[in-house]
Design a protein. Structure first.
Ligand code: C2E
Ligand code: MG
Ligand code: MG
Ligand code: MG
Length: 290
């Protein structure tokens, strides 16, 4: 009996496993097609300076609208679901190049129109190791005419830990182009503080989990405060993500955080909407109270 039960469990397990593998394969095929057919899109989420109230940046976030036969004509697939598949398959390299070109072009245009707004772009580990990211970034800057200091690349701590020497070298080359570098989701990874000094970093991004709980969990509040102090003592800017409420904002002002990003100000929005956001915003953070 026990043996039979065990066998059933193994069977069930391997069927689940097959299904998961097939789903990933299907997703990879669909994603490749989406890239070919131009079904990927970028949304932009504003980043604001807490002292001046100004919009100083925007993070570009990938969106995949997958057409189907439903009433809505399709649905959005979360990057949290498809980025890992893209990374494992190497498809992240052409996708990442598309993101970079697209986002830099957008930023070059709003800079030409007098808005000093930096563009922040997520770069995953695979892009560091599978492509010549340095020459690609250089080419995009040349083609778009974007001022390098208006481009920021966001990397997570895991990227740093893969191959320290290679990472330091690549980051130094990117920094040499004049591009800014930020550590995303800071506080959730394992980067050692001594390494932090060796990387040419400009900005720390406090992970949103600490902000979400800062007001009711003293440990999370303590971590958020510590990241601000750490950043400032290393001469880095500190930005908080996941800022949803006025209370979150008040906490961050009190802790002397430099910049904020989150649903309180705006969700990630299509380019056209982002342009109207920057022209209609009056530069006063209290505009978001209502
Ligand atoms: P991330 O870089 O940490 O991006 C921040 C995520 O938090 C975004 O999710 C954003 O929509 C969400 N967010 C922003 N403000 C708030 C808030 O106030 N509350 C809450 N609950 N969430 C907020 P999204 O767009 O689903 O992206 C998820 C992740 O996918 C990103 O995390 C990033 O790691 C990855 N990703 C997105 N676009 C790209 C890309 O172009 N390239 C690469 N390599 N990764 C990307
Ligand atoms: Mg990011
Ligand atoms: Mg993040
Ligand atoms: Mg710098």
């Amino acid at each position: 009996r026990a043996k039979e039960e065990g066998r059933d469990q193994v069977k069930e397990y391997s069927e689940d496993f097959d299904r998961a593998v097939q789903q990933r394969f299907q997703m990879l095929r669909d994603l490749r097609e989406a890239l070919d057919k131009n079904q990927l899109d970028l949304h932009y989420q504003p980043q604001l300076d807490l002292k001046t109230g100004k919009v100083i940046g925007a993070e570009a976030l990938l969106r995949w609208f997958k057409p189907d036969n439903s009433k809505e004509g399709g649905s959005y697939i979360s990057p949290a679901d498809f980025i890992p598949v893209a990374e494992q398959s190497g498809l992240i390299v052409p996708i990442g190049e598309w993101v970079l070109a697209q986002a830099c072009e957008a930023a070059a245009e709003w800079n030409r129109n007098g808005h000093d707004i930096r563009i922040a772009i997520n770069v995953s580990g695979a892009q560091f190791y599978q492509s010549d990211i340095v020459s690609y970034v250089r080419d995009v800057l040349n083609k778009t005419g974007l001022n390098p200091k208006m481009l920021e690349l966001e990397v997570t701590e895991s990227v740093f830990m893969d191959d320290i020497q290679h990472t330091i070298h690549t980051l130094q080359e990117l920094h040499g182009l004049g591009v800014e570098l930020a550590i995303d989701d800071f506080g959730t990874g394992y980067s050692s503080l001594s390494y932090l000094r060796q990387f040419p970093i400009d900005r720390l991004k406090i992970d949103q989990s600490f902000i979400r709980n800062a007001l009711n969990n003293p440990d999370d509040a303590a971590i958020a405060k510590t990241i601000v102090r750490l950043g400032h003592s290393l001469n880095l800017k500190v930005i908080a993500e996941g800022v949803e409420t006025r209370e979150h904002e008040a906490f961050l002002i009190a802790e002397d955080c430099d910049e904020v990003q989150g649903f309180r100000y705006s969700r990630p929005i299509p380019l056209v909407k982002f342009k109207s956001f920057i022209t209609s915003y009056d530069g006063n953070l209290s505009q978001f109270d209502g």
